[in-house]
Design a protein around this ligand. Structure first.
Ligand code: FMN
Length: 474
């Protein structure tokens, strides 16, 4: 579904009862705490729009829980809300096969240029930066879409990275090593230049969703966003950089990522997607902001990680689809479902030859989405729904023989925010981990003899549901 800007999305969510307005919260911990609590109390947390933030003009707002709202995912990806998670993933995969790039169109100007502050007038404190968690090292934006240009090919990359506020015109970023944005900034630095950057703090959600999705190196993210929303993204040239910025964005910060010898400030700690302050606090190169562009009454998207199992209802946003693509791209047959959640892949498959489950497990870690700091792969049979954690654990507890069903690989791809990274490895920059494969499938060689489950058959279920379903539902 196409939203022209974040405001249309907000109206749509409000109309559907999927958005709660909150008045008068404090940027200092309160917005973060309310967002966190809402994910604890609701398995399908609504989007939260914080109005009248303490110390800010009434119109300056923060919107949270965009990524975690199930309905938002269904609307953005255009998938019927009644489909199960697995059906939604399957449908979306089929659509992806028809992918046709829809390049952005350049427009002369847009609402994002309603206000422009530049040079000495830049004051980042004008925007509601939030201290999200009790032990965060400062005020952060964590729902960004960051626009950069690769210096040689000119390809435009978008990624989502957190930034910490340092002072009126300086911020520091955390970009995991190996992310496209990290490779690009280092290419400028190796040429002795700083890296031009435009940081969008709020814009229509399709852009944010795709910025946070791992597309391969060189993939034109704006084209993909255009295809997703069914119409080209309108971009306009930045004010300080000439980077293409979304014309209807709420706020754009423009500036340069200075090379490491341009000075450093402490980045972190921050409550990370792992559920820990794993990355700690480290000196990081500074990003200097030269211009702030913003709409009247701007809205910042804040999307702090919510780790509560089940609150990640927006399965279409998750990388599950990408991991499945990667796996099937290797030609592994029989894949019934894939769930990727932070640091783990769960694969459901119909085994058809010895070693099939292990091939799928290792294959799922071979790509950019499924391999990135994955520590645990669980393979289950085709009758197990990989999105249903209770079922997955049932299979683990009943079909797995720990001595022979668990295998460990060493020296695997990880990164600095891994909470279990030993201090001595962190000190030397050895961001490798290990990976456990849990084969929770019925053992292939004797699966025909494996005891039947006590599950009711489809046919029997249908008969008795037709007869008694009305009583069971009430
Ligand atoms: C809300 C959100 C916040 C994120 N924060 C970070 C971050 O601070 N640092 C980081 O390296 N990746 C972060 N990610 C993950 C990256 O945005 C994601 O891996 C993206 O694909 C990286 O893009 P790139 O490979 O084009 O650089 C975040 C993702 C989301 C959705």
């Amino acid at each position: 579904m196409k939203f022209n800007d974040l405001r249309e999305f907000i109206v749509c969510m409000r109309e559907r009862g999927e958005l709660v307005d909150i008045e008068g919260a404090d940027w200092d911990l309160e917005i973060g705490a309310i967002t966190y609590l809402s994910s604890l109390t609701s398995k399908k947390p609504p989007c939260l729009l914080f109005n009248h933030i303490k110390g800010y003009p009434p119109g300056f707002r923060v919107l949270t829980t965009v990524r975690h709202n199930r309905m938002a995912g269904r609307l953005i990806y255009g998938v019927d809300e009644h489909l199960s998670d697995d059906e939604a993933v399957l449908l979306w995969r089929e659509r992806m096969k028809q992918y046709e790039p829809v390049p952005p169109v350049e427009v002369a100007t847009g609402p994002v240029k309603e206000n422009i502050i530049s040079g000495d007038d830049v004051d980042l404190f004008k925007m509601p930066w939030v201290r999200w968690h009790e032990h965060d090292g400062g005020r952060y934006v964590c729902g960004t879409s960051v626009i950069m240009r690769e210096p040689e090919s000119g390809y435009i990359n978008l990624g989502s990275y957190r930034f910490k506020l340092i002072d009126r015109n300086r911020i520091v970023v955390h970009i995991g090593s190996g992310h496209n944005g990290d490779v690009i900034r280092k290419r400028y630095w190796s040429r002795g230049k700083s890296c031009p950057v435009a940081i969008s703090l709020g814009q229509e959600p399709a852009i944010f969703m795709i910025a946070g999705t791992s597309l391969p190196w060189g993939a034109a993210e704006y084209d993909y966003m255009g295809w997703l929303r069914g119409a080209p993204v309108e971009v306009t040239k930045g004010f300080y950089t000439d980077l293409p910025i979304p014309a209807t964005a709420e706020i754009i910060l423009e500036g340069e990522m200075l090379p490491p010898d341009g000075g450093s400030e402490i980045e972190g700690p921050f409550g990370e997607a792992s559920g820990y302050y794993g990355g700690g606090a480290r000196p990081s190169p500074v990003t200097k902001i030269h211009a702030i562009l913003y709409r009247n009454d701007p809205i910042v998207i804040g999307d702090p990680p919510l780790i509560v199992e089940g609150s990640g209802q927006n399965v279409l946003y998750s990388r599950s689809i990408d991991v499945r693509e990667e796996l099937e791209g290797l030609g592994v047959p029989g894949i019934k479902g894939v769930k990727h959640q932070y640091s783990r892949n769960i694969i459901s498959l119909e085994q058809s030859y010895p070693g099939h489950a292990m091939r799928a497990a290792l294959g799922s870690c071979g790509g950019g989405s499924g391999g990135y700091h994955v520590k645990m792969v669980i393979v289950v049979d085709e009758d197990i729904d990989p999105h249903n954690i209770e079922e997955v654990f049932w299979a683990l507890a009943t079909r797995c023989d720990p001595e022979s069903s668990i295998s460990v690989c060493k020296g695997t791809w990880s990164y600095a925010i891994d909470p279990a990274l030993p201090p001595e490895k962190r000190a030397t920059g050895d961001y490798t981990s290990s990976l456990a494969v849990f084969n929770a499938c019925r053992p292939f060689h004797w699966k025909q003899d494996f005891p039947r489950t006590t599950r009711i058959s489809e046919e029997t279920r249908k008969i008795y549901e037709a007869k008694w379903g009305h009583i069971l539902k009430s």
